[in-house]
Design a protein around this ligand. Structure first.
Ligand SMILES: Cc1cc2nc3c(=O)[nH]c(=O)nc-3n(C[C@H](O)[C@H](O)[C@H](O)COP(=O)(O)OP(=O)(O)OC[C@H]3O[C@@H](n4cnc5c(N)ncnc54)[C@H](O)[C@@H]3O)c2cc1C
Length: 406
């Protein structure tokens, strides 16, 4: 670079807002502004207090619902905004980038997709307008069980058809938000595994009305975790679910769940990038301000480089998440991209979290700085909704054509 050019660069350096370089190409700017306006009413002390007592942000979720954000994907004919998946992803990203927490509300966006794609006309007419109006909450998704783990086809929760209803018995674990949802999409086995030609057959999805089921076959217990996620375990004993609550065809539930997973991964990837942006913005600001040995700590490459790396990796993850969303919105296959977006975003955000904690020194551990809380929140994406190894296995087998490992 010529000496003159270098001077120009240096002359501008002081004017640059480090966060701005990460924001210049943000899409849906009006939508982002609207989300930010809501988030500005829910500042750090609100989240800190909830984290402390593992509380649910009811007021925040109500504000998002009232503004129509949680009905973003519901078609206009059912009272929603009918926005593309990318717009929903932007809403979740912006919530987290603004220091709030999207996970108490995010599930409604992707669970609703199953009802939308595979529900009957009667189910859509019954549930979607009420969800769009905020009268019904569809925030719980019961897939994982204590014994089957990632091997979803081995779930043991069993539903047996008896006349006009199913009788369900079983147990779910890690069903998040079940105590703050009116409806739960539940994956059950309707045909025993040994009677199925393929293990992916014989699974079905039921929409359970938790308001009716509580105390009448369903018991929900909170599970305290590393982060405030309002997750639960659910015990199901002789629960009667009307047969009309079966989504789509009996036995096809695994396909429906897989269908929804691409949307879930794309949304979660972008939400995770929002956390990464928040952590990086905080760390960069602190690195510029904090002076030790007579100079800003951000002048040291040992502090700069992890932040620069996290920035580069977040930008790369964002490109993949955008590609995945573009394919999804164009109704193109996007399994590989959705998985890669979630993988890259979870790792980039974790690097941002680690760099932010290290940059803040001892202050990073003080609750009032919120770094330790966001660091805990940033860790979940490598495990849920699907763990990193399972994504790598998917890529190994379905993209690279390697032998199936499990
Ligand atoms: C806070 C939180 C919220 C959650 N919310 C929900 C929810 O709302 N609904 C829901 O249904 N689930 C939810 N989950 C469950 C989550 O999706 C699972 O924890 C996750 O899919 C991993 O399953 P597991 O915990 O049973 O781990 P396991 O399947 O037991 O796996 C343990 C480890 O072994 C690895 N592993 C397993 N098999 C293989 C293999 N063949 N090759 C390589 N590595 C392997 C995994 O990658 C993982 O690292 C939540 C979990 C948490 C922690």
């Amino acid at each position: 670079m010529a000496e003159e050019d270098r001077r120009v660069d240096h002359a501008h350096q002081d004017d640059i807002d480090p966060g701005a370089s990460m924001r210049f190409d943000r899409d849906y700017p009006e939508l982002r502004d609207a989300v930010r306006r809501i988030c500005s009413d829910f500042t750090a002390p609100y989240w800190r207090e909830l984290d402390e007592r593992r509380g649910y942000p009811t007021a925040f979720v109500q504000a998002l619902t009232a503004a129509g954000f949680l009905g973003a994907l519901i078609p206009q004919e059912y009272g929603g905004s009918g926005l593309p998946l990318r717009a929903a992803a932007v809403i979740l990203e912006e919530i987290n980038a603004g220091g709030c927490v999207a996970s108490p509300a995010h599930a409604q966006m992707y669970i609703m997709g199953t009802v939308l794609r595979h529900g009957s006309a009667a189910q859509k007419a019954r549930y979607l307008p009420a969800i769009a109006r905020g009268e019904l909450r569809l925030q719980a998704f019961g897939v994982t069980e204590p014994t089957s783990g990632s091997d979803t086809t081995r779930i043991r929760t069993r539903a047996v058809r008896k006349g006009d209803h199913y009788v369900v018995n079983g147990q779910k674990l890690w069903t998040s938000r079940a105590l703050h949802s009116d409806l739960m999409l539940l994956l059950v086995r309707t045909t025993p595994l040994e009677q199925c030609a393929k293990k992916t057959q014989g699974l079905s999805t039921l929409l359970v009305d938790l308001r009716e089921a509580m105390g009448r076959g369903v018991e929900i217990r909170p599970v305290k975790t590393l982060l405030n996620h309002n997750t639960t375990e659910i015990f199901i004993e002789n629960l009667e679910v009307p047969a009309e609550n079966l989504i789509g065809e009996e036995g096809q539930g695994f396909r429906y769940i897989l269908d929804g997973m691409n949307a879930e991964r794309i949304l979660v990837a972008q939400e995770c990038i929002g956390d990464g942006r928040w952590l990086l913005d905080k760390a960069v600001a602190y690195a510029r301000e904090r002076e030790v040995f007579g100079r800003p700590i951000g002048q040291n490459q040992g502090i700069q480089f992890p932040l620069a790396r996290a920035h580069a990796e977040l930008e790369a993850a964002e490109l993949m998440a955008r590609k995945a969303a573009a394919l999804f919105d164009a109704h193109q296959p996007c399994g590989a991209e959705a998985n890669m977006a979630k993988l890259l975003a979870s790792e980039a955000t974790w690097k941002a979290a680690e760099a932010a904690l290290q940059t803040h020194g001892g202050f990073g551990f003080a609750q009032e700085y919120d770094i330790e809380r966001k660091w805990r929140e940033a860790r979940i994406y490598q495990t849920a909704p699907v763990s990193t190894n399972l994504i790598l296995s998917y890529l190994g087998e379905h993209v690279l054509g390697l032998p199936r490992s499990y």
